[in-house]
Design a protein around this ligand. Structure first.
Ligand code: NAD
Length: 261
């Protein structure tokens, strides 16, 4: 089934080879957008682009992209604009969990790596995509934070810090764009546990028993389950579309009721 909720729009999705990125890419294309799929994992991004193009010809493009590198951002944004004929949506999605370490055990190496991939990347993306987003006439930035940016958990200090910073930084960018009179909106999305490879460390902690790990992760969630990638992709679709044209500087929790408690 195809629709037209983002027909004619052009999206750059980072970390597109991963669990959430793939779901977002497929959903945006199904609703009419062209997508630039960037990832450190070029083979993964290419495989996704090929699968999408087999069904929807010329809608997906793949790029190798280390989101921690400014020169990569300049190259990828330029190529995406050229290949898609513009850029109207940026989804800063690439991210890593880092090591689960309490403050006393954490290392600067782990801390800096998580900051670079999860936070500095968002700054670089907003900086280098802003000009084409403005030029599009109706730009939308969607930054993928986490419920871990709004609530802390032991062992997740580096991750908590990056995702909290993404939450507030998104509002800064939203206010700057509004103040300048650009039609560019910025919002953040805060998922709780969603079934993607980023949960692998939790499965390893459960001795490789995936069902058991998911059941443990679901325990504190009022809806008593963890999320599916499409639960997040539907929110990104709304924020990417003009349906959300009066929504900026806001945060969207996809958390099964966790933070309502
Ligand atoms: N899955 C969850 O439970 C969950 C919950 C809350 C937030 N998130 C956030 O959602 C986003 C997507 O996560 P996911 O669950 O799809 O994870 P994932 O591990 O499936 O995918 C992450 C992708 O990012 C890519 N990546 C890693 N480092 C990169 C770099 N330096 N440059 C470019 N790409 C890089 C990886 O290659 C991978 O394809 C992340 O920002 C994550 O923090 C996920």
């Amino acid at each position: 089934m195809t629709g037209s909720r983002v027909a004619g729009k052009t999206a750059l999705i980072t970390g597109a080879a991963g669990g959430l990125g793939q779901a977002m890419a497929r959903m945006l294309v199904r609703e009419g957008a062209r997508v630039a799929l960037s990832d450190l994992d070029l083979n993964g991004a290419r495989a996704l682009a090929e699968a999408i193009n087999a069904e929807h010809p010329d809608m997906a493009f793949a790029y190798e992209h280390d989101v921690t590198r400014e020169d990569d951002w300049v190259r990828v944004v330029g190529a995406a604009v050229e290949d898609m004929g513009g850029l109207s949506i940026l989804v800063n999605n690439a991210g890593i969990g880092g090591q689960l370490l309490w403050a006393e055990q954490d290392t600067l190496e782990n801390w800096r790596k998580v900051q670079a991939v999860n936070l500095e990347s968002v700054m670089l993306g907003c900086k280098h995509a802003m000009a084409p987003l403005r030029a599009s006439g109706a730009g939308s930035i969607v930054n993928i934070s986490s419920i871990a940016g709004l609530a802390a958990a032991p062992g997740m200090g580096a991750y908590n810090a990056t995702k909290a910073a993404v939450w507030l930084y998104t509002k800064t960018v939203a206010l700057e764009a509004a103040k300048a009179g650009w039609n560019v909106r910025a919002n953040s999305v805060h998922p709780v546990f969603i079934k993607t490879p980023i949960l692998d460390p939790f499965i390893a902690m459960a001795g490789g028993d995936e069902a058991n790990a998911h059941e443990k992760l679901a325990r504190g969630i009022p809806l008593k389950r963890i999320g599916e990638p499409d639960d997040v992709a539907y929110c990104v679709l709304y924020l990417a579309s003009d349906e959300s044209k009066f929504v900026t500087g806001a945060e969207f929790k996809i958390d099964g009721g966790l933070t309502a408690q």
